[in-house]
Write a protein that binds this ligand. Structure first.
Ligand SMILES: [Zn+2]
Length: 163
């Protein structure tokens, strides 16, 4: 098996950790920059005007967290591919740049979303965006945030025991 060959020189403990890592689930945050204002068709939610600036998208995967994040990165880079989630149409927009993806293996999607929602400097551009399956009452799982909020994100996560 190719994976065996690839890991041949690694200690068994690392092999195991690598496999566990690829299978693991958890939450993630996409840090996005919209370089100019756009009109976005957000699935059945409708057509929305999105202002230039920084956006945070919070998602989760039950399994295969790294693979999910890679899928988002690919879509943002190639600007083509199937549209399955609301975020896909945003990622495919030519004016959207995926600056960074953070994986939070020990955090919950809605717990993370609420921390961002409740803090000054965030707003909800499209009510319900990315939150079709949300049972926790999040206003959305996409937020527009100020440049300072984006810069302080790691501290905000750490202070809320999410990072
Ligand atoms: Zn939620």
């Amino acid at each position: 098996m190719p994976s065996r060959i690839y890991h041949y020189h690694m200690k068994p403990s690392i092999m195991q950790d690598g496999a566990l890592y690829r299978k693991a689930g958890g939450a993630y945050i996409l840090i996005l920059e919209l370089q100019r204002s756009i009109e976005l068709q957000a699935g059945s939610l409708g057509l929305f005007h999105l202002k230039k600036g920084y956006y945070l998208y919070i998602g989760s995967a039950k399994r295969g967290l790294p693979g999910r994040v890679e899928r988002h990165k690919r879509l943002a880079r190639l600007k083509r591919g199937p549209t399955r989630w609301h975020i896909d149409s945003f990622l495919k927009n030519p004016h959207v740049v995926l600056k960074k993806a953070l994986t939070l293996p020990n955090a919950s999607e809605c717990g993370t979303s609420k921390v961002i929602a409740q803090r000054a400097g965030s707003e909800v551009p499209v009510p319900g965006f990315g939150a079709s399956d949300c049972r926790s009452g999040c206003p959305a799982h996409l937020y527009r945030v100020t440049a300072d909020f984006q810069k302080n994100l790691l501290n905000i996560l750490k202070n809320n025991n999410l990072g």
